[in-house]
Design a binder for this molecule. Structure first.
Ligand code: ADP
Length: 318
C-alpha cells in the first residue's frame, strides 16, 4: 500500500451562499504528480489554499504530509511549499536577494543560505540574472525563481497553482521539465491546471473538478476510457454547403461558428465511408475532414457539459 501525501475527505467551502467545494475527496500518493483539472472558477485555487493552510475549510478531514490540518497546521506548513498566483517573488529586489530572504526565513546559517541560493539559482538557470531586480524577469524566469524559492525550505510536498498559465510554449516545456525533475527527487507535486494537455503530460493521476465536485478521477488513460469513442469532424467554407450537410447528416452536432459538423465515430473505415457516401449522394464536399480519437478534451467536455474552457479543436487527423 502506498502512503498518501495528501488526503482530503468531504472537503467543503462556501463563500456566502456560493458553494465552491461541495464535498471533495482527494488522495495523492507520495512521490507522484497529481493534477486538479478544471475550468476557470471551478475552485482549484480555493482547494490549494485550503490544502496549504492559507484558508480554512468549512468541513472535511484533511491530512497533508501525514499531519492533520485541523490540529497540526504548523507541521503541514513545515512539510509543504506553495507557488502560484500568490507568488512570493518580490520584484523590487534581485533574484539572489529573494533567495537569501527565503534562506533567512528558514533560519539557514548565512553561509549555508548562500550555498543553497547559488545552487538553486544555477539549477533553474538564473545565475546570469541573479543580480538583476526580479521585476525585470520574464514570466518564465519569475516562475522558475518562485519554484527555486520554494525549494529553499526543502519541502516534501509542493503545490503549484496553474504553473504554466500565461507562459509561452518554450517556457511551458521548461516548466514541465522542472516539475518532472522535482518528482524524480522524491517530492510529491499537486498542481492545478486548466490545460488538459498539461495534465496529460505530467500527471500520474488527474481529478476533474466541476461544479464543486470531483467529476472523475484516474490516470489519463483511465479517464480517456470514460468516453466511448471519437468523432469525425467535417469543416466547410461555404455556409450553404454546411447547412445542406447538416440536413443530410442528421445526428451530427453543429458548430455554426466554425461551419463544422461532428459525428460520433469509432474511427473505422466502414463508418467513415458511410458518412462520405451520404455526402456524395447529395453532391456536398467538405473542405476538411479529420478523424479524432478520444482524448482528455473529450473527457473534459463529456464531464463538464462542454462549458468553461476555451476549446481548441485539434485539427490533426489521427
Ligand atoms: P479557480 O482557481 O478554479 O479558477 P477559484 O478557487 O479561484 O477557482 O474560485 C472559485 C470560485 O470561488 C469563483 O467563483 C470565485 O469567484 C469564488 N471565490 C474565490 N475566492 C473568493 C473569496 N475570497 N470571496 C468570494 N468568492 C470567492
Amino acid at each position: 500500500m502506498t502512503t498518501s501525501a495528501i488526503a482530503a475527505n468531504g472537503l467543503r467551502k462556501s463563500y456566502g451562499d456560493k458553494t465552491v467545494l461541495d464535498g471533495v475527496d482527494l488522495a495523492v500518493p507520495e512521490g507522484t504528480i497529481f493534477a486538479l483539472l478544471g475550468p476557470n472558477g471551478a475552485g482549484k485555487t480555493t482547494a490549494v489554499k485550503i490544502l496549504s493552510t492559507l484558508i480554512s475549510a468549512d468541513d472535511g478531514v484533511i491530512r497533508v504530509g501525514g499531519h492533520d490540518l485541523a490540529t497540526d497546521a504548523q507541521a503541514v506548513r513545515a512539510a509543504i511549499g506553495v507557488t502560484g498566483q500568490f507568488s512570493a517573488v518580490d520584484g523590487l529586489i534581485t533574484g539572489e536577494e529573494n533567495m537569501l530572504l527565503m534562506a533567512d526565513l528558514h533560519h539557514l546559517p548565512k553561509h549555508e543560505g548562500r550555498r543553497v541560493a547559488a545552487e538553486l539559482l544555477e539549477r533553474f538557470d538564473l545565475t546570469d540574472a541573479a543580480r538583476k531586480p526580479a521585476s525585470t524577469y520574464s514570466g518564465g524566469m519569475k516562475r522558475r525563481l518562485d519554484i527555486a524559492m520554494t525549494l529553499v525550505g526543502n519541502p516534501k510536498i509542493i503545490f503549484l497553482d496553474e504553473p504554466t498559465t500565461g507562459l509561452d510554449p518554450r517556457s511551458r516545456h521548461t516548466m514541465w521539465h522542472i516539475i518532472r525533475e522535482l518528482v524524480t527527487g522524491g517530492v510529491t507535486v499537486f498542481l492545478t491546471t486548466q490545460y488538459l494537455e498539461e495534465a496529460d503530460e505530467l500527471a500520474d493521476r488527474i481529478a476533474v473538478l466541476n461544479d464543486g465536485k470531483i467529476a472523475a478521477e484516474g490516470t489519463a488513460e483511465e479517464l480517456k476510457r470514460l468516453v466511448p469513442g471519437g468523432h469525425i469532424r467535417l469543416r466547410f467554407t461555404d455556409p450553404a454547403a454546411y447547412r445542406s450537410a447538416a440536413a443530410t447528416l442528421n445526428g451530427a452536432s453543429r458548430d455554426d461558428d466554425a461551419l463544422a459538423l461532428l459525428l460520433p465515430s469509432g474511427g473505422g473505415q466502414r463508418e467513415l465511408r458511410s458518412v462520405l457516401d451520404r455526402l456524395d449522394a447529395t453532391g456536398i464536399e467538405a473542405d476538411e475532414l479529420t478523424v479524432h480519437t478520444p482524448d482528455l478534451d473529450d473527457v473534459f467536455f463529456a464531464l463538464t457539459g462542454g462549458t468553461g474552457l476555451p476549446h481548441q479543436p485539434k485539427e490533426n487527423a489521427r
